[in-house]
Design a protein around this ligand. Structure first.
Ligand code: NAD
Length: 357
């Protein structure tokens, strides 16, 4: 098969980690007889430096013409003095909105070889941690009406959480579809004991669940969920939740797996076009030193194969190669421990590409 991938390396370690993900995809193409065509576009600080805006229209158009988008990371101290609309991070919001990417999927998997990197006690890790957080990405309080006004106590500020039936139904379907491929279990997380928006959210999730009779659905309030993630992370398979709750809980879940450099993400919409990126930022403190961990980006490429291209075997091949390389004791600096073999970003990418079968 034949796919065009828009590549947005961005800033800091972005270009280094993207190079490794491309090398892995090229090897997958050779092994499984696919052609991946990579087209590079400007985004973030790199775009500001060249064309004076973080998200040029040519980048949005290029992404829309592609089968999928692979993003490194954007931002850095060089552009920190710029105001809101001109900041590199604006590219992220613009792409999510512009491409209609309403579902953010963040699998948090603790690799067996990295058990000691997990901050939880051994008995709590048990047989392992493998959670998939499905977060609504372009609605809720981050996009609702906001403002400042004069109230009884002087100046006050407000943000509004709004969810429509349509927005909840489409994110719930994504969660149920993912659960079908996993352990058939969805936990809906909300605050339905207090918030009206959560009560609507929960009722729509329950209604949508009728389309998926084989999936077990249960509900948890967000305060309890934040505790349960630490107390008993094994009880979770797929979590579905709102934009703000997902933002917070997915960071909590990522910490259970050791390094931020390990975790991939996918942002999906109605179309097959998705955007894939590691969950970390541009790490300017380690840029250009060949010490960044490329695994989060390489696993994002695996998610692209699975979710946008329907290439499950090829996605598994990448995930298995990562597991094997870690089991062989190879580590980048962020996941290094005693008696392991320290490798750089390039070498880690080369090893994973070489372990593909
Ligand atoms: P960060 O994720 O870039 O870095 C946090 C820490 O983790 C740093 O010590 C960094 O060295 C380390 N780290 C991150 N990724 C790593 C990897 N792959 N391998 C090894 N170590 C890694 O977060 P930050 O320092 O808060 O932000 C830096 C810049 O990135 C900021 O401009 C921020 O706005 C931007 N940012 C961008 C995105 C994105 O593009 N999606 C996300 C978050 C932050």
């Amino acid at each position: 098969m034949d796919f065009t991938i828009a590549v947005l390396p961005g800033d800091g370690i972005g270009p280094e980690i993207i190079e490794q993900a491309i090398a892995v995809l090229e090897n997958i193409g050779r092994l499984y007889n696919h052609e991946f065509r990579f087209k590079e576009y400007l985004a973030g600080g790199a775009a500001i430096d060249r064309v004076n805006e973080p998200l040029p229209q040519s980048t949005v158009d290029g992404c829309l013409k592609s089968d999928s988008v692979l993003l490194g990371a954007v931002g850095g101290p060089k552009w920190d003095h710029l105001s809101g609309e001109k900041r590199p991070e604006k590219a992220l919001m613009g792409l999510r909105g512009g491409l209609g990417l309403y579902a953010n999927i963040r699998p948090a998997v603790l690799h067996e070889a990295l058990r000691e990197a997990c901050p939880l006690r051994e008995e709590l890790i048990g047989s392992g941690i493998n959670i998939c957080v499905v977060r609504e990405l372009i609605g809720g309080i981050y996009f609702g009406e906001r403002g400042r006004r004069q109230g009884d106590f002087g100046e006050e500020a407000y943000d509004t959480e709004i969810y429509s039936v349509k927005e909840v139904r489409r994110i719930a379907r994504i969660a149920f579809e993912i659960a079908k491929q996993r352990n058939q279990h969805v936990t809906n997380i909300d605050k339905a004991n207090v918030l009206e928006s959560s009560r609507l959210w929960r009722s729509v999730v329950i209604e949508t669940a009728q389309e998926y009779p084989d999936i077990q659905l249960d509900h948890m309030y967000v305060d309890n969920a934040s505790m349960q993630l630490i107390r008993n992370p094994q009880q979770f398979d797929v979590i579905v939740t709102t934009n703000m709750f997902g933002d917070i809980l997915s960071d909590e879940a990522s910490m259970l797996t050791g390094s931020i450099g390990m975790l991939p993400s996918a942002s999906l919409g109605e179309e097959k076009l998705g955007m894939y990126e590691p969950i970390h930022g541009s790490a300017p403190d380690i840029a250009g030193q060949d010490i960044a961990n490329p695994i989060g980006t390489i696993l994002s490429a695996a998610m692209m194969l699975r979710h946008s291209f329907g290439l499950e075997n090829e996605a598994k091949s990448i995930e298995n190669a990562v597991t094997k390389v870690l089991a062989q004791g190879y580590r980048t600096k962020d996941i290094m421990s005693s008696n392991m073999q320290l490798v750089g970003c390039k070498e880690m990418g080369r090893l994973i590409a070489a372990y593909l079968v």
